[in-house]
Write a protein that binds this ligand. Sequence first.
Ligand SMILES: Cc1cc2nc3c(=O)[nH]c(=O)nc-3n(C[C@H](O)[C@H](O)[C@H](O)COP(=O)(O)O)c2cc1C
Length: 454
Amino acid sequence: MAIDSSTSEPKRLLFNAFSMNCVSHIQHGLWGRDDTRQTEYLSLEPWLDLARILEAGCFDALFLADVVGVYDNYRGGADTSIREAMQIPVNDPSLLIPAMATVTEHLGFAFTSSILAEHPFAFARRVSTLDHLTRGRIAWNIVTSYLPSAAQNLGFTDLPLHDDRYDRGDDYLEVVRKLWESSWEDDAVVKRPGCYAEPSKVHKIDHVGPYYTVPGPHLCEPSPQRTPVLFQAGSSDRGREFAARHAECVFLAANRRSLPDIVADTRRRAASYGRNPDDLKFFLGISPIVGGTEAEAKSKEADLREQLSIEGGLAHMSGSVGADLGILDLDRPLADFDFNSMTGIIKALADTAPDKQWTMGDLARRQMSGQFMTGTPEQLADRLEDLANRGADGFNLVYTTTPGTFVDFIDGVAPVLRARGLMQSTYREGTLRDKLFGHRRPRHRLAGAGTAAD
Ligand SMILES: Cc1cc2nc3c(=O)[nH]c(=O)nc-3n(C[C@H](O)[C@H](O)[C@H](O)COP(=O)(O)O)c2cc1C
């Protein structure tokens, strides 16, 4: 039984549906199936239905990924990505949120925005607006981008270097947190005749940092959460340092084996910033495939696997690792290649194969289906408990079909988890942060970012 060490009660696990405002998100090649609504992404109906389903299932949030560039380095270009609808076309995630908020009361909305994509002053206003319209249900997934095409479209000559992107992220976070936390005092809005807000209680922030100079004041009055719940995704050494400093929730790229060390290491780093290490929550991506019997689940998985697009997977991986995996013959065993003549990234990737008879196609298939968690509701609940015992606080559920993956989980696995005390059956009152953490404001303050009371 997964136990919460602070209360000695079963650990309540957190569940987000992971999606993207596009046709094909992670498991490529499946959008043409009859049992998925991926190609309906342009209209509001599937999103409203999904929000209703998730709230009825007591999910914590819908988590929306995003990219602001095209994966254009596979076989030297973007053709495969475009053909496979692999994260292109992709629409703005945040614009879906107000509509979904009108048909729900409690569901949280986490959306991804890269620190390269928008100036922090404009971004802070967009988030405050969303937090007002949803009455405090917004989370921001802070990412630093990895696609050179994104950076080039956004006015950079090329993708800034890895650690430089995180340095820029530190400055970006200082700007937005000052705007959210210390520009408007709690009692600035008085709504007296002739005086909507008290000018002496609305402050400039006068931020001068290495990347941004922002005088302020913030354009929005304080929203219910002020600062949205802060997610971070990025697992390198520098990424963990960034998470330890800024994040409340961390979306990890980890597996069962690497999970405990990454969690312990990030908590240790958080403590070095004077934070309570238990104030961070860690989420893993999983792709559940549920069946009434193990055989049924396995046959569902086999059917899905058959349709997975290896080309789509390789175009995705090529963009993520920054190397064109199309230069390899996909059907030749990795043992046949001289990796010394190739980029180190491809060699490092090839080294992850358990067997040198594997091909790059096998690796792509594993990349997509590696997160498959297949079995009966009881088997899945056991595996989630095991991951919880190894440090996971929650899960981002990757879909194979939408909303089918989420419906199967809610109908099959959620009741088993609830019987074990591991999943909520009603929502706590309050904002998303109240629901996740039991407090209204982030516990950690940035230097100079104000000290608004809880
Ligand atoms: C689990 C996970 C999810 C991510 N989701 C996104 C995303 O939706 N959009 C994006 O631009 N980058 C995303 N990233 C990329 C990170 O923000 C970061 O740019 C990348 O992982 C490189 O940083 P790292 O070396 O610290 O991991 C994600 C990373 C991880 C690990």
